[in-house]
Design a protein around this ligand. Sequence first.
Ligand code: BYC
Length: 473
Amino acid sequence: MAGIDYASKIPNNVDLAGNRRLQRALEDWQPKFLAWWHDMGPDGFQAKETYLRTATSVDAQGWAQFGYTKMPDYRWGIFLAEPEPGRLVNFGDDKGQPAWQDIPGEHRATLRRLIVTQGDTEPASVEQQRHLGATCPSLYDLRNLFQVNVEEGRHLWAMVYLLQAHFGRDGREEAEQLLQRRSGDRDKPRILGAFNERTPDWLAYFMFCYFTDRDGKYQLASLAESAFDPLARTCRFMLTEEAHHMFIGETGVGRVVQRACEIMREHKTDDVRRHGGIDLPTLQRYLNFHYSVSLDLFGSEISTNAANFYTAGLKGRFEETKKADDHQLKSATYAVISRDGERIVTREAPALPSLNERLRDDYIADCDRGVQRWNQVIRKHGIDAELTLPHRGFHRAIGAFSDVRVSPDGRVVGQSEWDARKGEWLPTPEDLAYVASVMTPVVEPGQFASWIAPPARGINGQPADFEYARPRS
Ligand code: BYC
């Protein structure tokens, strides 16, 4: 079971050969996926070789194999984590019942919506990043970008498998539409806000991997608790890949911070830009932007949808099974930060409709840990500055703070203060133009752009000057 059938047209560990109808449906979708990848995947690099990791088994030992691959030849397929024998529903009204191998009719529409929302983010991120190869800061970074892109492609396969295997004709239609929406398109946009934003440069990309992929971690971890076992197993396997994406974000931003600090020390100046680096205030503004749009991805603070997902057993809490409570939460409460006019207040709310906010809290604590690691880099250079997460109400488009202006330090401010200070808080057109101006491609093995330090380690034990990609091949 742990081994993957690579002999089939579609690599899988779900015995696709034993379900001809499903196999045909997926084989019908495969060329459409490849056409989408061709049109919307990494621009200009389709025929180039990259040192990529491919899953060869879903168990902890040796699931990755590395080798040079042209991206369209990547073996996208369907991989579910090992089943847990005797797995039960662990929360909600059906707690204690056997986990479902098929979807109960009454939950069909809701589960479909959750799977489509998750699935939609995957191709969206590939679309957002498709132009970045042209300005890579090194071959190491180029390879990491493409690794993320092919894995997001595979995450789309993961959701399409669930749609095709469990939702009949509706599922097939949804699978088609996942290839038709486009990030940022006015007429057929992607579903969630952050996935319609531009990722204009590599600093935005690293921030996206740190903040937005981390939302992915928390959403997938909640869906990995689902009573619908195929969804739980799919998400468990996706989480193993997600970890590398967040690593790219954390180390990517960390290396930009390090380079800024090296310049400040070496040239005894705060004018990092003069020496081709990206200054800490610009980093802070990028951080503010990506963190705030990622906070929106958790939905409203009080959400009856979230309560219903939980009660029905569809979507749990982060680490649901580790929590020592009744896993039904009918009479529990949760402290929710919200607004009372101009005041920001904390109040106890019923726990069930507060589940989006609880997940956001878990996420915020996780985000902060990485920010503290970036601050250690700053301190190690003896520099008196720090990066911080802005207040959760800052620059929000969803939920209680969406109709007010909140400063990064958590004050509700008037429109005039917002207008006057917005340029201190969010990337300005000048910031974007400056960052764009240093995005010149570096494609010599072992060389890195002026604004980023080399990584502490290479990939798969290879040195930093390894030929991670062959853009000129
Ligand atoms: N933008 O009841 P509410 C990832 C809508 S990232 C636009 O508060 P609910 C990845 C909402 O749909 C992880 N609309 O929210 C990362 C609802 O619409 P309707 C993605 C939004 O239902 C990097 C209404 O507002 N995973 O994997 O609890 C690279 C009321 O909302 C937004 C998932 O999303 C928004 N930000 O939804 C690649 C997991 N937020 O019904 C990949 C699946 C809310 O009124 N999705 N709305 O028309 C879910 O669990 C839930 O749908 C949400 C919250 C977390 C999105």
